[in-house]
Ligand binder design. Structure first.
Ligand SMILES: Nc1ncnc2c1ncn2[C@@H]1O[C@H](COP(=O)(O)OP(=O)(O)OP(=O)(O)O)[C@@H](O)[C@H]1O
Length: 246
């Protein structure tokens, strides 16, 4: 990691999280978490339930106040920014539980999020989202609550894309979906990664994550206990067994 840190001083990575600590009430759940995402890199946060992955994402998104440490996007601190400003800075969240607007159509859902857009040279519009998700084009006049779970997930990803993210964050994007639908979602995420989208992915399915992501951070009780690339994690059966219980 030291070689990586010395690189960071030359050119900041896209996202740098350093010494992050956070609590819920009096209970501290993050104890100095460090991780980073390079441009065009897909990174995962791994670990069993309750280890602090979602809390890290909430702090990055400005949905929970970080108590210590720093969060930098392109070298600039975004710690303490409200979430709509974080979105406008270029971080798009696909939240756990999807949270699509049930009484808006697919198209209205997509356009509603575009209000918080980050300015980009090649902005995402409806057409570009529909290219990734032809199914959403077919369903564009349907209400959010008329969609299947998989379609809602596609819409949640489409909505995040409409903000023109520099960094896309996905929290449990395949949870509760049938295996074939999951595979559709993984396929789209691989296409996005291949298109150069920087991503943080939190998910329980290690196999597809090893194919999708370049690097991984394993969390245990609010700390990063292992960091490395996909080939190293594939080979490290002890880490997988001890911290991921697979
Ligand atoms: N709103 C909250 N209020 C109080 N404690 C919370 C809250 N949300 C999470 N926690 C606690 O914080 C710790 C970290 O939870 P977090 O949701 O970040 O874990 P996680 O690794 O994302 O796991 P999961 O996959 O279960 O979401 C856990 O002990 C959890 O019980």
């Amino acid at each position: 990691m030291s070689a990586q840190l010395s690189n960071d001083t030359v050119a900041p990575r896209l996202l740098e999280v350093e010494g992050l600590s956070a609590s819920y009430g009096r209970s501290r759940v993050l104890h100095g978490v460090d991780f980073s995402v390079g441009r065009g890199e897909a990174v995962t946060l791994l670990g069993r339930n309750g280890m602090g992955k979602s809390t890290c994402l909430k702090c990055v998104m400005g949905m929970l106040r970080a108590q210590g440490g720093d969060i930098r996007l392109d070298g600039q601190s975004i710690r303490g920014r409200p979430s709509h400003m974080v979105a406008r800075s270029g971080i798009g969240l696909v939240p756990e539980g999807r949270q699509v607007f049930p009484t808006l159509t697919v198209e209205e859902n997509l356009l509603a999020t575009a209000a918080n857009r980050h300015r980009a040279p090649e902005p995402y519009g409806l057409e570009r989202v529909y290219e990734f998700f032809p199914r959403l084009r077919e369903r564009r006049r349907n209400m959010g609550n008329q969609l299947s779970g998989g379609e809602q997930q596609m819409l949640a990803i489409g909505r995040a894309l409409m903000t023109n993210p520099r960094l896309l964050i996905l929290d449990e994007a395949t949870e509760g979906l049938a295996p074939l639908v999951r595979e559709d979602i993984w396929r789209v995420l691989r296409r996005l990664a291949e298109s150069g989208m920087s991503m943080i992915v939190v998910d329980k399915n290690l196999g597809p994550l090893l194919d999708l992501a370049h690097r991984h951070y394993v969390m245990e009780k609010g700390r990063v206990v292992w960091a490395g690339d996909s080939p190293s994690l594939r080979q490290d059966a002890a880490v997988v067994e001890e911290y991921l219980g697979v």
